[in-house]
Design a protein around this ligand. Structure first.
Ligand SMILES: Cc1cc2nc3c(=O)[nH]c(=O)nc-3n(C[C@H](O)[C@H](O)[C@H](O)COP(=O)(O)OP(=O)(O)OC[C@H]3O[C@@H](n4cnc5c(N)ncnc54)[C@H](O)[C@@H]3O)c2cc1C
Length: 493
């Protein structure tokens, strides 16, 4: 490589591409090496027979974080009007056939709340205001900053912050203070699954997710979430970043306290001043680095759950389904226990449906439909092995059965083709430890902030990490912040 300072990045996920732009704009000679044939990682895309699927992320939420990062990179994002706010966040379907439309429209919410539980609308407003305050404190004090030492995180002053962030109570016990009705409690906590956790077992800090959604809204870009990857990619290329696809890294060669080069599966080697790993952090320690001790310690940490995803191209449109639908089963708690305790899938699972053609007709050929389903599942666990092929079939039947109850009786015979990702497929598709697609490492208090694996290696000081498995965590807004924080650390050093 030529140029004064060189940086190589392993992985062209959102984290890797975003970091590459920050570094290139500061004069680094940057090259990104991706194992797959296309960029995007867990925000990847599949196009088949005119049907376009977002393979991972489907919702653009917390738009202010996107705005901040894209502005800092000089990329116009919302200006061209191609990213539109959705009138409704999602329709939530319960087993008793009640439908609750989550919407930033307060009048709409009030009517529905009062029907389900009189007096609950006022309480929901308190829940949302408090949750949004948690979100803002979180951004300023926990999520949006680097920690240089443990005292910056765990100090007397921050004790008050951790209390304000509701880290002392589970999300479920917290929501119980607001609503008597179980369906309302489910509606305001299921979002915990976005970070791969159960509301019964994670802090009420995550009440910030529905609060942020209801306050700032949810958006959808023309072309799907992959268009975010395309915008980043285009800026990276114009900033001089070189991309190499089908180029899996096999080892990071170290010497003393320095990471010297990357050795690829094809035997080639690239040296650089700075190495950034966007690939899943526990995987990098386990497979690319020589330090077995640290890898074993990472292996003992808690991991987020996984998902079984079905993508269907259909020769019929089901207009009953809005852009985003969430099916919450009355066996909500048992379903979560099956995921988190048994590392399996519930018999009557809750699940999510993405129908992108409702907002962007180009996602499907005329008269046809493009639907994706995400069903929470246990992660791959060597001590609790699952027959994922069997679970895939069983889950597919359960999904179809539930869709029939919703009135989509003939849906099965209109599926033209299906693409499915099980936890094992996720593990191999993006090298995500245990197929824990929502950040790999779980987001419990002892694995967040300073306690989440750091974005700089503590021995090889020129080796950095970026992405959902390092600070601050999973979800595109967090990964964008991660890129900013990692780039800041590199540039500061
Ligand atoms: C089903 C699902 C739904 C989601 N929904 C949403 C949503 O609605 N909204 C939202 O904001 N977020 C969502 N997310 C989360 C979001 O997609 C991720 O947080 C984000 O895309 C992760 O980006 P990343 O850069 O950290 O990692 P990745 O996308 O995993 O990128 C890492 C890259 O490194 C590559 N790599 C790995 N090993 C090597 C190697 N040895 N050599 C070279 N390259 C390598 C991988 O192939 C990959 O491309 C969802 C995720 C999933 C799975």
């Amino acid at each position: 490589m030529t140029g004064e300072k060189s940086a190589v990045i392993i992985g062209a996920g959102i984290g890797g591409i975003t970091t590459s732009i920050y570094l290139a704009k500061k004069g680094y000679n940057v090259a990104v090496f991706e194992k797959n044939s296309a960029p995007g990682g867990r925000c990847g895309q599949l196009i088949r027979d005119g049907h376009r699927f977002d393979l991972g992320a489907t919702m653009l939420m917390m738009p202010d974080i996107y705005r901040e990062i894209f502005e800092s990179l000089g990329i116009p994002l919302f200006e061209d009007g191609e990213i539109k706010p959705l009138a409704n966040l999602y329709n939530i379907y319960f087993d008793n056939n009640d439908v609750f439309t989550f919407s930033p429209d307060r009048d709409k919410m009030k009517l529905q709340h009062e029907k389900i539980e009189p007096g609950s609308f006022v309480k929901s407003q308190k829940y949302i205001t408090d949750g949004y305050e948690i979100f803002q404190i979180g951004i300023n004090k926990l999520i949006g900053r680097n920690f240089d030492n443990v005292f910056q995180f765990a100090n007397f002053k921050n004790l008050g912050m951790l209390i304000k962030l509701k880290t002392y109570i589970s999300n479920w016990n917290y929501v119980k203070k607001f609503f008597q009705n179980t369906h309302l409690r489910m509606a305001y906590t299921f979002q915990n699954i976005y970070v791969g956790q159960s509301p019964f077992n994670s802090p009420a800090l995550f009440s910030m997710v529905p609060a942020a959604e209801l306050t700032e809204g949810s958006f959808f870009p023309k072309g799907g979430m992959y268009s975010i990857v395309e915008k980043l990619l285009s800026e990276a290329r114009s900033s001089g970043v070189q991309f190499h696809f089908n180029k899996p890294a096999e080892k990071i060669r170290v010497n003393g306290k320095k990471a010297e080069s990357i050795i690829f599966e094809d035997g080639s080697e690239v040296k650089a001043d700075i190495i950034v790993a966007n690939a899943d952090l526990p995987y990098v320690y386990r497979r690319l680095l020589p330090d077995r001790g640290k890898s074993r310690r990472l292996d003992r940490k808690k991991y987020s759950c996984s998902a079984i995803c079905f993508h269907w191209g259909l020769d019929k449109i089901y207009p009953q389904l809005g852009h985003h639908s969430v099916i919450l089963s009355d066996g909500f708690r048992e379903g979560l226990d099956r995921i988190f305790k048994d590392k399996s899938v519930g018999d009557h699972p809750s699940f999510y449906i993405h129908a992108p053609a409702r907002t962007d007709p180009s996602a499907a050929p005329a008269g046809h439909d493009t639907l994706s389903f995400i069903v929470g599942a246990g992660h791959v666990d060597k001590n609790m092995k699952q027959d994922w092929e069997y679970l895939k079939k069983k889950t597919r039947s359960a999904v179809i059965q539930r869709l029939k109850q919703l009135g989509l009786e003939d849906i099965e015979k209109h599926i033209k083709f299906e693409v499915c990702y099980t936890p094992e497929n996720w593990e191999s598709a993006c090298n995500i430890s245990r197929g824990s697609v929502f950040g790999s490492l779980a987001h419990n208090l002892l694995q967040m902030g300073y306690f989440r694996p750091h974005n700089q290696h503590n021995r090889y000081k020129n080796l950095y990490f970026v992405g959902g498995s390092t600070h601050p965590g999973n979800g595109i807004p967090n990964v964008l912040l991660s890129a900013k924080l990692t780039a800041e650390r590199i540039l500061k050093n």
